[in-house]
Design a protein around this ligand. Structure first.
Ligand code: NAP
Length: 366
């Protein structure tokens, strides 16, 4: 029986992780659960599983100490500290948090190596590549294609996106997810972060990572082989499959959820509209810049929270991030994890200062 600590247990990944554990009660025991503010649900989960619980991340080292597996289901930069703590403690980290892998994957892998820890991805696209390489051998890989649902605004023009509402942006057609990742899927910034994540996790250069819009979200990634073939990972769009795969790796049980029977499924593959969803173009423009993932992630964390608070319009997310690129991409790249964290904080502080300065100026102007 393996022990599991779940960070972000009241969120989409956290709740689905608990569903997997309910389906395999003889394999796993939940020992620790955390949330940000959902105290009532956290309390109910903690009673059901007989696990310790905490709001916030202050006691993370203590909560991790007796766990074999640590599930990171906290979004954004805030998830980074959990990954660092889990890997320093020599644990198996199951990371749904793609942001920390995108910005710090290289350092996280070093910490894992130093401490005998492991990183298993939960993100479906990264997991699909991991699964294909496990089944067919790492040597087959020549390049990869990450699929992308296209989000709720697939096919929309820039004009049509000008005044979209928060609710429309969060209404993802194929996945039920938390607000930040749903919004990132609408801007397609999610896919850009995943390219960075997969590049760091599997040492694949950006030039060998392609994107294909696949509205049905049934193919999760493709591995193009050295002999010219393509292997696709195809399942129902159900995150429990990916969580279960990582929890059971490498010995998989019979699937606990319905498998895809392609009786009435259509599969389409389209090119991403880079003119409307400008984020995809950033990969070509700035992908070679080592600061790109860090700057993108820091600015995106700010922009998504402003959009979700009603302080920014949808297209302004792109404008804000592009303006930030000019300012931050050409700073000296961080050489260590500590320098990367300082760089992130510098960007974040500068833009929160701008926001508060803006408010002061606005109030003086009234
Ligand atoms: N959902 C998916 O299907 C999916 C798929 C692939 C990857 N991911 C990745 O998984 C991560 C989590 O996504 P999600 O959709 O599960 O998010 P979510 O539904 O918003 O859940 C987030 C969880 O983290 C907690 N949390 C949020 N901010 C926190 C903070 N600052 N400190 C401590 N706890 C905090 C929340 O607690 P409260 O409930 O108290 O707010 C909640 O338990 C993201 O990085 C996302 O990109 C998600």
């Amino acid at each position: 029986m393996k022990t599991v600590a779940i960070f972000g247990s009241t969120g989409s990944i956290g709740k689905q992780s608990l569903e997997v554990i309910r389906a395999f009660p003889n394999d796993f025991k939940v020992i620790a659960l955390t949330a940000h503010s959902s105290a009532k649900l956290l309390d109910a989960q903690s009673k059901e599983f007989g696990a310790k619980s905490a709001l916030g991340l202050k006691n993370k080292e203590e909560l991790i100490a007796n766990a074999d597996y640590v599930i990171n289901g906290v979004p954004g930069f805030d998830g980074l500290g959990i990954s660092i703590a889990a890997l320093k403690a020599g644990k198996i980290l199951l990371s749904a948090n793609k942001e920390s892998l995108a910005i710090a994957g290289k350092w996280l892998k070093e910490i894992a190596k130093e401490n005998g820890a492991k990183i298993y991805p939960l993100d479906s696209e990264a997991s699909a590549i991991w699964q294909l390489m496990h089944e067919h051998g790492e040597d087959i890989l020549s390049s990869v294609t990450l699929t992308c649902s296209g989000g709720p605004f697939l096919g929309k023009t820039t004009d049509e996106l000008a005044n979209v509402t928060i609710q429309q942006a969060l209404d993802h057609p194929t996945w039920q997810m938390g607000p930040k990742v749903s919004l990132d899927s609408a801007t397609l910034i999610n896919k850009v972060l995943e390219v960075c994540e997969v590049s760091k996790l599997f040492n694949i250069p950006f030039s060998k990572i392609h994107i294909s819009v696949h509205p049905q979200s049934l193919v999760h990634s493709m591995v193009h082989t050295k002999t010219g073939g393509t292997k696709m990972h195809i399942t129902q769009n159900d995150m429990r499959l990916f969580i279960s795969y990582a929890l059971h790796y490498p010995n998989q049980p019979e699937p606990a959820w319905p498998i895809l029977r392609a009786k009435r499924s259509e599969m389409n593959f389209l090119q991403a509209d880079e003119e409307t969803f400008r984020s995809i173009k950033w990969l070509k423009q700035h992908g070679g810049n080592p600061n790109f993932p860090i700057v993108l992630n820091a600015l995106n964390d700010i922009a998504t929270s402003r959009f979700l608070n009603g302080d920014m319009k949808f297209l302004e997310i792109y404008d804000f991030i592009e303006a930030g690129f000019e300012k931050w991409l050409y700073e000296m790249p961080p050489k260590t994890l500590e320098e990367m964290i300082e760089f992130h904080e510098k960007i974040t502080n500068e833009h929160s200062n701008t926001a508060s300065r803006g408010k002061v100026l606005a109030s003086q102007a009234k």
